[in-house]
Design a protein around this ligand. Structure first.
Ligand code: SF4
Length: 300
């Protein structure tokens, strides 16, 4: 990996990540792992969290930087602790010892070579859990190909179909064209879902879509694309837990509210009309901050 000219993600910054004093990459991260939390997490889809929890590692920094980010304190890099590769391997093994159903790597793209090295070392020391790659979906094929045979479960978002919306909220007018190709590569690698006897996912892909306020038409376009492309060979998770953060109040006032029940039901009804069988929906009052854990360096 050439850290002096980084092209790990579609931002293609060519940033010198060896130089911690002048970080020019959009992810704002160096060539050392930084983590905000590594703990059992119980708020993923049931076949990921189960009763014992998902061994979830939140990395600092992000390559997409959505304006409405639900984990903004780690995405902007203000929270994070640098760790060694040796400590990363220990963390993977500690999560397994705590009974985790899997290792869940959240926003890992900008650290992929370091993560692969850590997983390979941990495998040689007894790590046997499935690896979950939990991503915005904004990935290059080259970086994904490094993960072939390493990742067991892809858990990507497909956030937008419309390039005007993706430009406005994530500064990425190529989001759909990039993410749709990425999802096809992810499916090529892991194939159809495989569950164990307890109903826990061991291999496969769940694509998440967070419904945004005022964006139901785009949500429907995303869901139509997913079903036309993958049918029921993947799971589609339609989420209503959007939580307005203070950052949107002035520049994006249309995002400064929760998604209404009517909006969410409109999208879910559309998915049902299409005939989607392999899906997850969120019921009841889930649009609060309980899904957002404390980034207090637990487990690091
Ligand atoms: S991983 Fe970071 S530095 Fe590398 S291309 Fe992406 S945003 Fe830029």
């Amino acid at each position: 990996m050439d850290w002096s000219s980084c092209t790990l993600c579609p931002r293609n910054c060519h940033a010198n990540r060896n130089n911690r004093h002048s970080l020019t990459g959009i992810c704002h991260e160096t060539n050392h792992l930084r983590l905000a939390r590594a703990a059992l997490h119980f708020w993923e889809e049931p076949c990921i969290s189960g009763k014992q929890g998902s061994g979830t590692i939140f990395f600092s920094g992000c390559t997409l930087r959505c304006v409405f980010c639900q984990n903004h304190s780690i995405a902007d890099g203000s929270v994070g602790k640098e760790i060694s590769q040796k400590r990363f391997v220990q963390i993977l093994l500690e999560l397994q010892q705590k009974g985790a159903n899997n290792i869940n790597l959240v926003t890992p793209t900008h650290f992929v070579p370091l993560i692969i090295d850590g997983i390979q070392q941990a495998r040689s020391q007894g790590l046997h859990l499935p690896i979950v790659y939990n991503t915005s979906g904004y990935e290059t094929l080259e970086t994904l190909q490094l993960l072939d045979g390493i990742v067991d479960i892809y858990l990507p978002d497909l956030k937008y179909n419309n390039s005007t919306i993706s430009q406005k909220y994530s500064f990425a007018n190529d989001y759909f064209s990039v993410a749709s190709c990425a999802l096809q590569e992810m499916y090529r690698q892991v194939g159809d879902p495989v569950f164990d006897a307890n109903g826990m996912l061991q291999k496969g892909m769940i694509v998440r879509h967070l419904v945004l306020p005022g964006c139901t038409q785009d949500s429907k376009a995303v869901i139509q694309y997913l079903y036309q492309t993958f049918k029921d060979h993947i799971y589609i998770s339609i989420m209503n837990q959007y939580t307005p953060m203070p950052a949107v109040q002035i520049l994006y006032p249309e995002l400064n509210r929760k998604v209404t029940n009517k909006e969410y039901e409109e999208v879910v009804d559309y998915a049902i009309e299409l005939g989607i069988e392999n899906g997850f929906i969120q019921e009841g009052e889930t649009a609060d901050e309980s899904f957002i854990p404390s980034f207090d360096y637990e487990g690091i």
